[in-house]
Design a protein around this ligand. Structure first.
Ligand code: ATP
Ligand code: MG
Length: 345
């Protein structure tokens, strides 16, 4: 099933049936959680339409608002244009602002990638001219903050379960009929719910890894990126023409597995990858010297072997996300065996 390009309705939102359209009046904004380069995430509440009989339900949400890096003027112009066209009854233009394109891409992928460990989209809306995506609030915030909170007791079993949840999500994305690469796996893009379950969020850079693809975006965060991607950054490339992996093209799925390895390392060590190094240095060290993010967790040789395999320089030598998942599940079984004979904690 190839991903479709959804037409834009006059309100600037894509016509995606799987994602509910929520009226701005039904959304209550509370404090800002994160101001990224092109999106702002706030905590809030939404009155969601009932699924069957009955009243709307008020749920705690995170609202992601999209805006253009070059300022909101361009976005407002685009909105104005859309409104005028709507008033004049002319069809919506395929021309979207940057924020519009990013919004459509993320919404389209969210509609396609439904899984318990992939963030669920509750709806989309336009609030004060800005397109918004609504998600259930992950009460414990992102995984980076959880791992670096010294007060958070995170027993090994809980951390192994974090890793398993993340691997499940990635294995799901990679197993879709049109496989999707997340392209920015890192602990800040992983969300932790009140019950400690984990979901992979921020599909803003996600892209099709196979199928009807024209170009590959060189996306991600350097500390988590595979060397074959960082090489492109070195050459100042942000996108390259798509070539099938079988014909030597860049394969985004093993790139995700490399980043997944770094997430597993973060979870195991609770350390910062390439701590103290500047981004430029990280790129240079990974590309030229194949430097790893830090000390290995020690003690667990099976986990070390798994990390080493995810970080293989040769992309084809890395395990698939499904194989990573199986190996993590085996680690959890082994943990239970050790606990049962009094050797685990
Ligand atoms: N559903 C959620 N519940 C709680 N917090 C969330 C939720 N979604 C996002 N956040 C918070 O907002 C941050 C940014 O979210 P996200 O990565 O989706 O946006 P972004 O604009 O891509 O940010 P950045 O540009 O910084 O990557 C997350 O790291 C997390 O702290
Ligand atoms: Mg993000």
């Amino acid at each position: 099933m190839p991903l479709r390009s959804y037409p834009t309705a006059p309100d600037g939102l894509p016509a995606i049936d799987a994602i509910a359209r929520i009226a701005a009046a039904a959304i209550e904004f509370c404090e800002l959680i994160n101001a990224g380069q092109s999106c702002k995430v706030s905590r809030g509440f939404a009155a969601l339409p009932p699924t069957g009989e009955g009243a709307a339900t008020r749920v705690a949400i995170a609202v992601k608002r999209f805006y253009d890096e070059a300022g909101e003027e361009a976005e407002q112009q685009a909105e104005l244009g859309a409104e005028q066209r709507a008033e004049q009854g002319s069809p919506p233009s395929p021309q979207l602002s940057n924020a519009g394109r990013r919004f459509h891409s993320e919404a389209e992928l969210l509609a396609t990638c439904t899984h318990p460990n992939v963030v669920r989209c509750l709806g989309m809306a336009t609030c004060e001219g800005q397109r918004c995506l609504l998600f259930p609030l992950a009460e414990r915030g992102n995984l980076w903050d959880v791992l670096h909170d010294e007060r958070a007791a995170l027993p090994w079993e809980r951390r192994l379960r974090f890793s398993i949840d993340v691997a499940r999500a990635v294995a799901h994305l990679h197993s879709l009929p049109t496989p999707v690469a997340h392209s920015d796996l890192k602990s800040k893009n992983i969300l932790v719910a009140a019950d400690w379950s984990v979901s992979v969020g921020d599909l803003g850079d996600a892209q099709r890894a196979r199928g009807e693809v024209d170009s590959v975006a060189i996306a991600g965060t350097p500390e988590w990126m595979a060397p074959e991607l960082l090489e492109h950054i070195n050459f100042g490339r942000y996108a390259i023409p798509w070539v099938a992996p079988e014909q030597g093209g860049l394969d985004l799925l093993p790139c995700d597995v490399f980043s997944l390895g770094t997430v597993l390392w973060e979870v195991a060590t609770r350390q910062v990858p390439y701590d103290g190094m500047r981004r430029r240095q990280v790129v240079e060290q990974v590309v030229n010297h194949y430097k790893q993010p830090g000390e290995m967790p020690g003690e667990d040789t099976a986990l070390e072997a798994l990390l080493g395999d995810c970080w293989q320089r040769e992309p084809a030598a890395r395990p698939s996300a499904a194989q990573v998942l199986l190996r993590l599940e085996a680690l959890l079984d082994e943990h239970f065996r050790l606990v049962s004979i009094g050797l685990g904690s």
